[in-house]
Design a protein around this ligand. Structure first.
Ligand SMILES: [Zn+2]
Ligand SMILES: [Zn+2]
Length: 397
């Protein structure tokens, strides 16, 4: 059996890591980038590609880390989007190492230079019906794109954040965020989701200072939503979940009351508990942050007559839910609003929220409970599925 230098180096590294008890970081080869490519359901393979020459309008980023999103796990499990092969990861950040000569500022108009810390946002097609007629809602573009959800292609293999480098090309959106920590930057994309949801909620006119707001579901998005509300000045927040650890964290992020559905096992018990917390009337407003159809039905019962609801739990198709239009909508005159993604123009808002959360001492960065290197991304996905942690991240070595 013939072995090349690389294989020998791998063997030596493996032996050493066994001796030392901790895996050695893979050596970075000059001029090469490594990506975790999804090549089949439940299979990331680490592949190497030469770092390309970048164009005059391009940016090359050395990746520092990226959050794992529910959407990543959904695609990893069974490829429902049909994107395989692809490099996943859209909640990423890193440092600019090369800058095309035409790139002078970020999407917000701020100056940009090599060494800056960067995050990317969404890209619109600018020609679909929504882009042409409703530019105020770019999140509704029919062809919205984002690095980390693009099929691998010969032009650019470095097009997802689960990689050591990201190659940003013309037409993208990106923001310089030198004043945020790595953890804050990895949480910025979900923060854009929740700050957008808050803007949607405000459109109903049913959420104000002093509103009693219920957040159903304390996964990463529900917890981020609680922090967003708290940072926006809402004091009376009721968190609903079945996991005691997550409910504890909800408290630390600003929830004043909690409802554990493993303790209050019937909807009637929970509705009564929520009424007891709200002078007998129910919540003024609710954010539905779970992907569970039963929960999506239940949430209406917690809301008072004249209240509002933002549905933001179904970023993927988790099935249908049943409501009673008489009791749940007409009779209560609930103002219902959906929330989908965010527009790139909302990133400055998310950045402002991130700073505000820090300013008032919310331990947002502690949402990140697990960090994995590139070669362990299959394990990262399994950890996400097991729901033992909260936010799982890829962190470059
Ligand atoms: Zn996401
Ligand atoms: Zn469009």
């Amino acid at each position: 059996m013939e072995m090349d230098e690389r294989q020998i180096a791998d063997i030596v590294r493996n032996v050493l890591s066994n001796v030392q008890g901790s895996p050695a970081a893979p050596e970075e080869k000059p001029g090469m980038a490594r990506v975790a490519m999804l090549t089949a359901p439940r299979r990331f393979e680490v592949k190497e590609f030469p770092i390309p020459e970048i164009g005059d309008d391009d940016i090359l980023v050395k990746v520092e880390g990226a959050g794992v999103c529910g959407t990543d796990v959904y695609e990893w499990k069974s490829d429902p989007f049909g994107y395989i092969p692809l490099v996943l990861g859209h909640e990423g950040t890193g440092e600019i190492v090369r800058l095309g000569k035409n790139v002078k500022c970020d999407t917000q108009g701020r100056p940009i230079q090599v060494g800056d810390k960067l995050v990317t946002s969404v890209i619109c097609c600018n020609h679909c019906y929504n882009c042409r007629n409703h530019p105020e809602a770019p999140n509704l573009c029919e062809n919205q794109g984002i690095y980390g959800l693009i099929t691998d292609n010969e032009k650019n293999h470095l097009c997802g954040w689960f990689s050591t480098y990201l190659h940003i090309t013309k037409g993208s959106t990106y923001f310089v965020v030198n004043d945020l920590s790595l953890d804050q930057r990895m949480l910025l994309e979900p923060a854009a989701v929740t700050t957008h949801a808050l803007e949607q909620a405000k459109k109903t006119g049913r959420i104000k200072f002093g509103s009693r707001v219920l957040v159903q579901g304390c996964g990463p998005i529900g917890l981020m939503m609680i922090a967003t509300l708290r940072a926006a000045g809402v004091d009376k927040i009721i968190a609903v979940d079945g996991n005691e650890k997550r409910l504890d964290f909800a408290r630390r992020l600003g929830a004043e009351e909690i409802v554990n559905f493993k303790v209050l096992t019937t909807l009637e018990q929970r509705v009564e508990a929520v009424k007891n917390m709200t002078d007998g009337v129910g919540a003024d407003f609710a954010f539905q942050c779970t992907g569970n159809p039963h929960a999506a039905s239940d949430v209406y019962k917690y809301i008072r007559r004249g209240g509002g609801l933002c549905e933001m739990g179904f970023f993927v198709n988790n099935g249908e839910c049943t409501i009673n239009p008489h009791f749940d909508l007409c009779n209560k005159e609930i103002m219902l609003v959906g929330s989908w993604d965010y527009g790139a123009h909302e990133y400055p808002n998310a950045i402002a929220f991130m700073k505000r959360a820090k300013g008032i001492g919310l331990p947002l960065e502690q949402l990140i409970t697990h960090r994995y290197p590139l070669d362990k991304m299959n394990e990262a996905m399994e950890m996400n599925l097991s729901q033992q942690g909260i936010k799982i991240c890829y962190v470059a070595e």
